[in-house]
Design a protein around this ligand. Structure first.
Ligand code: CU
Length: 156
C-alpha cells in the first residue's frame, strides 16, 4: 500500500490543489505581479478577468473585490507569511493559500450580490478578523478605469 502511494505520487506528481506555481514569499514586496498597485481586479487586454490577492496576517489585500456577474474570473492568491484559507461563501471557490506558492482557481458567479470571503485556515490570533468582501456586479455597476482596473470605491 505504501509503495503504491509513494510510487504513484512521484509518477503522477500529486500536489495539493493550491500548488500551481512557486513564488518566493520573502521577496513578495518586490514581486512585479503582486505589487500593491497590481493587486485587486483587472480586466486583461483579451477581456479575461484576473484578481490578484495577498493573504497575510491578518487581512486580505485588497479587502473589497469587485467582479463581474456571469463571466469567468481567475483568482491568483499568495501569502508572505503562513498558510491561509481562501473561501468565497456561496461559491465553489475554496483553496489553501500556502506561502511559496500561487494558488489559482477560476469560477463564475451567476448571482449578483455581496459574498463573504473569510480566511478558513487558522493563521494566528487575528484569524477571526481576517475576511474580505467579493462584490459581484452586473450591468452598469461593473466598470473599470482606463487601465482595466476595477475597484469597490463608490463613485462620487
Ligand atoms: Cu488567515
Amino acid at each position: 500500500m505504501i509503495a503504491v502511494i509513494v510510487v504513484s505520487s512521484f509518477a503522477m506528481a500529486i500536489h495539493p490543489p493550491s500548488h500551481v506555481e512557486a513564488i518566493d514569499p520573502t521577496t513578495l514586496n518586490t514581486n512585479v505581479e503582486f505589487a500593491e498597485c497590481n493587486l485587486g481586479t483587472r480586466v486583461n487586454p483579451d477581456g479575461s478577468v484576473t484578481v490578484r490577492i495577498i493573504a497575510t496576517q491578518f487581512e486580505f489585500l485588497p479587502r473589497c473585490i469587485p467582479v463581474p456577474k456571469g463571466q469567468q474570473v481567475t483568482f491568483r492568491v499568495t501569502s508572505p507569511d503562513v498558510i491561509h484559507g481562501f473561501f468565497i461563501a456561496g461559491s465553489n471557490a475554496n483553496t489553501m493559500v500556502v506561502p511559496g506558492y500561487v494558488a489559482q482557481l477560476r469560477t463564475v458567479f451567476s448571482t449578483a450580490g455581496n459574498y463573504l470571503m473569510p480566511c478558513h485556515e487558522f493563521c494566528g490570533l487575528g484569524h477571526s478578523e481576517m475576511w474580505a468582501l467579493v462584490k459581484v456586479l452586473e450591468g452598469a455597476q461593473w466598470k473599470t478605469d482606463a487601465s482595466g482596473k476595477a475597484s469597490c470605491e463608490i463613485p462620487r
